[in-house]
Design a protein around this ligand. Structure first.
Ligand code: HPA
Length: 271
């Protein structure tokens, strides 16, 4: 493991009093409310972990929250690290490797995303079936530590097939409308142009966002099973008449988050 991940994990472990998280949950823009469902929460601010990266986006507070949801030991990352903030992609790998060292076996990633599909309106949930890394960056660039994972990792099951089957079944049972599709990551921070949205539709993407992909690549590399769910907050640029705004993203994320919270709770109960 990299020195940074080891350093972060030992500091976090020292604060967790023997608690071992099995599932990590990364909370996207406007989705922080899931953290309120955690019983007996232990909160560790990112700023209290020496050397740990810090977040800067509104709607993202920087803290790890450990505790139980649906009887399962979880650790939530409230506030994620975006490449557009200036973080090096390798920093994201270190954070995921820190989770692995803490004992995490599975990861649930959530995000806010723009829809590329006219039949998937704002307020929808989309289970991520696969991704297109259009960011031009990769968290695994640099020397590979073979004790963590292979130099050339396989991503054919990056969004775990069995996990997705379960999420789909749970959505059905609980009458939650769930789309499924391909998430394309752009670097950001600007929203896309209408021409870019059109190009991404042609490429076969269903949703576009500025996160998630580096986390999922790093998780696949170190053998953490992952599922991802996007909250659709807006149509892609050019698919509607009004301009894009971060405020709209946060507002729609709040609205859809009840269904997301329920789905994640049910997933944890059954996974
Ligand atoms: N584009 C990129 N990222 C996003 C969007 C979008 O339209 N909506 C929420 N995150």
């Amino acid at each position: 493991m990299t020195n940074n991940a080891t350093r972060f994990a030992s500091q976090i472990n020292a604060k967790l009093n023997g608690f071992v998280p099995e599932t990590a949950i990364i909370l996207g823009s406007g989705l922080g409310r899931l953290a309120e469902k955690i019983s007996q929460p232990q909160i560790i601010k990112y700023e209290d972990i020496d050397g740990f990266p810090q977040t800067s986006v509104s709607g993202h507070t920087g803290a790890l929250i450990a505790g139980q949801i649906s009887g399962k030991n979880v650790i939530c990352l409230q506030g994620r690290f975006h490449l557009y903030e200036g973080h090096q992609p390798q920093v994201i790998a270190q954070v995921i490797q820190t989770l692995k060292l803490l004992g995490v076996k599975q990861l649930v990633v959530t995000n806010a995303a723009g829809s590329l599909n006219p039949d998937m309106p704002p307020g929808s949930l989309m289970l991520i079936s696969d991704h297109i890394n259009f960011s031009g960056k990769n968290p695994l660039i640099g020397p590979n530590d073979d004790t963590i994972g292979p130099r050339f990792p396989d991503l054919s099951n990056a969004y775990d097939v069995a996990g997705r089957d379960l999420v789909r079944r749970l959505a059905d049972t609980n009458k939650i409308v769930l789309h499924e599709g391909v998430y394309l990551m752009v670097l950001g921070p600007n929203f896309e142009t209408a021409a870019e949205i059109h190009a991404f539709q042609t490429l076969g993407a269903d949703a576009v966002g500025m996160s998630t992909v580096p986390e999922v690549i790093a998780a696949a590399h170190c053998g953490i099973k992952t599922i991802g769910i996007s909250v659709i907050t807006n149509f892609g640029t050019g698919m509607k008449k009004t301009p894009q705004s971060h405020e709209e993203t946060l507002e729609q994320a709040q609205k859809a988050s009840d269904n997301l919270l329920l789905l994640v709770q049910k997933y944890l109960e059954n996974a």
